[in-house]
Design a protein around this ligand. Structure first.
Ligand code: PAF
Length: 281
């Protein structure tokens, strides 16, 4: 496995990879969810590249940028074991520079739900993802569906800016009790870890319903019960939206709708989602 620690090293190593290249951008702290993205990339390409970069542009001023885990040696070992051909792990000084002027805007898609809670977050994601796509030049790039709004922003960017890459969304990987894998799960205490199962339970409850109001009500009921039972749980939002535009769906909506959740468990903010197929009231 080759490791490029700067854009210059990447430019030297990238030509060694011939054939179709799959790419998995990450912020490190790799878990089985990331490795499932590597598997998805491998099944669509001859070689896989992974980037490991904790992107300062996507953290708000009060967010956990400095505290974000950076177990780089473990991450490299996991990539090696997963058969990754190339890891791009630049420094922020190298990749972002000291005074960048231009940002990619996610537009309206970047201002709702996660974007409303985290102003500028998706602009920061898109700016770095576009740079990574330019530098790594993959044929196909794989992103997890857990970050559904991020995936929608990236799909919109690639379509609107004619970025020559295929984008693939990979299924959410869950613990046996339903909790979606996330690097942030490591912050949960054992009690909070038990409470965190409320998110996937809310999604499962909603999936039994056939209309928008019933689905939202069922999901919110599970979250309200978790809030009542635990000092740690506080729902940020539970929204039923169009999976492409993230605009709320109406009560008589028929067809696919994404139930998106953000819930604080202690000081950790968890997100999860599920695509529902509604048949209407
Ligand atoms: O999903 C992530 O880990 C990040 O948002 C990404 C896509 C690597 C961009 O920094």
């Amino acid at each position: 496995m080759r490791v490029a620690r700067s854009r210059a090293e990447l430019a030297q190593l990238r030509p060694e990879l011939t054939g179709r290249l799959g790419f998995v951008p990450t912020m490190g702290a790799l878990h089985d969810g990331h490795l499932s993205l590597v598997e998805q990339a491998r099944s669509r390409a001859d070689a896989v590249a992974v980037s490991i970069f904790v992107n300062p542009l996507q953290f708000g001023p009060t967010e956990d940028f400095d505290a974000y885990p950076r177990p780089i040696e473990d991450d490299l070992a996991r990539c090696e074991a997963a058969g990754v051909a190339l890891v791009f792990a630049p420094t922020a000084a190298d990749l972002v520079g000291t005074d960048p002027q231009v940002r990619v805007s996610a537009g309206a898609l970047g201002t709702v739900l996660e974007g409303a809670s985290r102003p500028g977050h998706f602009d920061g994601v898109l700016t770095i993802v576009l740079k990574l796509l330019h530098l790594v030049a993959p044929d196909v790039a794989v992103f997890g569906r857990k970050d559904a709004q991020q995936l929608a922003c990236i799909e919109a960017m690639v379509a609107d800016l004619d970025v020559p890459v295929e984008i693939v969304g990979a299924p959410i990987v869950r613990e046996p009790d339903g909790l979606a894998l996330s690097s942030r799960n490591a912050y949960l205490t054992p009690e909070q870890r038990a409470d965190a199962v409320a998110l996937s339970r809310a999604l499962t409850a909603a999936a039994w319903e056939t209309d928008a109001e019933g689905a939202l009500r069922a999901g919110r009921r599970v979250l309200a019960a978790a809030e009542a039972a635990s000092p740690w749980v506080a729902t940020d939002y539970a929204a039923l939206v169009d999976p492409r535009t993230f605009a709320p769906v109406g009560a008589d909506h028929r067809g696919p709708a994404l139930l998106a959740l953000a819930v604080r468990v202690g000081s950790t903010r968890l997100i999860d989602n599920r695509l529902l197929e509604l048949t209407g009231p």
